[in-house]
Design a protein around this ligand. Structure first.
Ligand code: C2E
Ligand code: CA
Ligand code: CA
Ligand code: CA
Length: 287
């Protein structure tokens, strides 16, 4: 940045330079990091708003960098997308997470009421256009013995805006197999609501910004109306609504009243190691 009040142009920006160097360094380190096993996955529970039971978890990848410590996905996913490494990295995340779901299901598969524990995995737009997506997914499900219906792939709303049929084809195939497709960060893009009918999605993940506006009491009446409208439209199209970023009990209660189905956020649990989810579901079963 230019120095405030300075009367000369600052040509060099040491901070920006440092950031660029780190970006470059991280980018070139990505392939070896994948080979060396420096990535790991944290899981954040998905909770049924009606009865509070844990229904599954979202897989969130992290990088344990030997010099920089734990890096959040926002730091390296864009770099991996830029270089194409997101394809093998995303495949690794999918395989690890589905294996993990299998392990949870074997230890305590959920109750008859809740069904088997489910796993949500984020898909980058680059993975959507990669020809191996459907086959990789089928193979991973077959190898692990996890039902397609226990897997939910999350795709951002922005990735599907204006998507043509070629882009939607792999998602349609997966949806036909029984895999759930969720529209992530819903409400932040500019997608035409009528467009939803065209997309093979079965879940809307309402963006955190809506949850945040439920923080105030009483909540903003316009936001309430918007969420109410989204939920009723979603339900009329047979879509489930998940809300993310729930940090307080008041938000959870408000969103439950508005008819949202599932919630995720720090109020329930931060993303954590897989054993944590197991403990939470056990607590569920005994409470
Ligand atoms: P996302 O898919 O929207 O994931 C939700 C983010 O919100 C996560 O950030 C999660 O830790 C955070 N979060 C959860 N509950 C709360 C809460 O109550 N309050 C607040 N303030 N935040 C909360 P995280 O783990 O840093 O991930 C950031 C993004 O990175 C994700 O956003 C997703 O777009 C991307 N990402 C993560 N893992 C993967 C992956 O395996 N593949 C791809 N392609 N993208 C990934
Ligand atoms: Ca997500
Ligand atoms: Ca999201
Ligand atoms: Ca997000």
């Amino acid at each position: 940045a230019k120095s405030a009040g300075g009367n000369r142009f600052e040509v060099a920006d040491p901070e920006a330079d440092a950031r660029a160097i780190t970006r470059h360094g991280l980018t070139t380190a990505l392939p070896a990091a994948l080979e060396r096993g420096e990535f790991f996955i944290e899981y954040q529970p998905l909770v049924h708003l009606g009865d509070g039971s844990v229904r599954g978890a979202e897989a969130l990848v992290r990088w344990l960098h030997p010099q920089h410590g734990v890096l959040s996905p926002d730091r390296f996913i864009p770099l991996a997308e830029h270089t194409g490494l997101i394809v093998p990295l995303g495949r690794w995340v999918l395989e690890q997470s589905v294996r993990q779901a299998r392990a949870w299901q074997e230890r305590n598969g959920g109750t008859e009421a809740t069904g088997p524990l489910r796993i949500n995995v984020n898909l980058s737009p680059c993975q959507l256009t990669h020809p191996g997506l459907v086959q990789d997914t089928v193979e991973i499900l077959e190898r692990t013995g996890v039902e397609p219906s226990a897997l939910c792939l999350e795709v951002t709303e922005s990735a599907l805006i204006g998507a043509d049929d070629d882009l939607l084809k792999p998602l349609r195939r997966l949806a036909e197999m029984g895999v759930d497709i969720a529209l992530d960060d819903f409400g932040t893009g500019y997608s035409n609501l009528a467009n939803l009918r065209r997309l093979p999605v079965s879940v809307l993940k309402l963006d955190r910004s809506f949850t945040q506006s439920m923080q105030q009491f009483p909540a903003d009446p316009v936001d309430l109306k918007i969420v109410e409208g989204i939920v009723s439209l979603a339900h009329s199209l047979d879509l489930a609504v998940t809300v993310e970023g729930v940090e307080t009990g008041a938000q959870a209660e408000q969103l439950r009243i508005l008819g949202c189905d599932t919630a995720q956020g720090w109020y329930y649990a931060r993303p954590g190691p897989p054993e944590r989810l197991h403990e939470l579901t056990l607590a569920d079963a005994t409470s």
